[in-house]
Ligand binder design. Structure first.
Ligand SMILES: NC(=O)c1ccc[n+]([C@@H]2O[C@H](COP(=O)([O-])OP(=O)(O)OC[C@H]3O[C@@H](n4cnc5c(N)ncnc54)[C@H](OP(=O)(O)O)[C@@H]3O)[C@@H](O)[C@H]2O)c1
Length: 257
């Protein structure tokens, strides 16, 4: 039996599903037979991904807006049933030395990456516990497990996501719900391209040099592909992973352990 064979008939929420890692997760779950609701702020990006698989449905919502996330739950669950799987993937990163980080940048980074992750999963918790089944996966980062220079708010937010995951895993352990985090190193997406652009602008290095320097943080000397993250999420969502909870799984070529 394949892992995918255990998934059909479920309904998943994937935030940030209009691009990068979220798009790959949405497509992988949909191919495994899952109905997938994706959200993000850009409707056009959501519509493009929904156009790639009929099981994928886009609802525009900002993860930092509690009322918008509550509205998304009402709309999506009325159409396709309660969420069995919630993947809190939406995120953003900036980079500035800590002493130049404004309070607004600090707050925004925590709002999207940490508070947004909480607002994404909170409405699912009571229903999953009552049904004695559910899968919650946070897309954190190796920045949730170690420090990196010039991204203090992002590192703090992603460490917070790991803490949130551990707290929820403890709280749900007896209820048939699992809660885990996937922690990628650098993944080849728009976010990585933005990081490369920032290095070019701030240091005068070429894009190739910036790319090589980021790839060298991975002991395998390469960038992770979005599909590698999606396959790990698919496994965590299957019955075979029922004993896996409270884990921060590093997908980084051995950068962290
Ligand atoms: N790429 C990497 O190297 C890397 C490494 C480790 C971890 N990660 C994590 O992986 C996740 C996905 O990132 P990615 O690489 O796929 O980057 P990406 O392509 O930039 O995707 C980020 C997604 O999050 C959505 N988003 C951002 N702010 C949002 C908000 N306030 N409300 C709703 N959606 C929001 C964006 O959609 P809209 O703009 O339409 O809202 C976008 O679809 C993030 O949590 C990131 O921290 C990435």
């Amino acid at each position: 039996m394949t892992v995918a064979a255990t998934i059909p008939g479920k309904h998943a929420l994937v935030t940030g599903g209009g691009s990068g890692v979220g798009r790959a997760i949405a497509l992988t779950l949909a191919e495994a037979g899952v109905d997938v609701t994706i959200c993000g702020r850009r409707e056009a990006e959501l519509a493009k991904v929904a156009g790639e698989n009929a099981r994928i449905h886009g609802i525009a919502a900002d993860v930092t807006n509690e009322a918008a996330m509550a509205g998304l739950y009402i709309q999506a669950e009325a159409a396709r049933g309660p969420f069995d799987i919630v993947v809190a993937n939406a995120g953003m990163a900036g980079s500035t030395p800590a002493h130049k980080t404004t309070l607004a940048d600090w707050q925004r980074t925590l709002d999207v990456n940490l508070t947004g992750a909480f607002l994404t999963v909170k409405p699912a918790l009571a229903g999953m516990a009552a049904r004695k089944s559910g899968r919650i996966v946070f897309i954190a980062s190796t920045a949730g497990l170690k420090g990196y220079a010039y991204v203090a708010p992002y590192v703090a937010a992603k460490h917070g996501v790991i803490g949130l995951m551990r707290a929820l895993a403890a709280e749900t352990a007896k209820s048939g719900v699992t809660v885990n985090a996937v922690c990628p190193g650098f993944v080849e997406t728009d976010m990585l391209e933005e990081s490369i652009q920032r290095i070019v602008e701030k240091t005068g290095r070429s894009a190739e040099q910036a790319r090589a320097s980021l790839a060298s943080t991975n002991p395998q000397g390469r960038f992770i592909q979005p599909l590698e993250i999606a396959e790990a999420v698919l496994w965590l969502c299957g019955d075979a992973a029922q004993s896996i909870t409270g884990q921060a799984i590093s997908i980084s070529g051995g950068e962290t352990w």
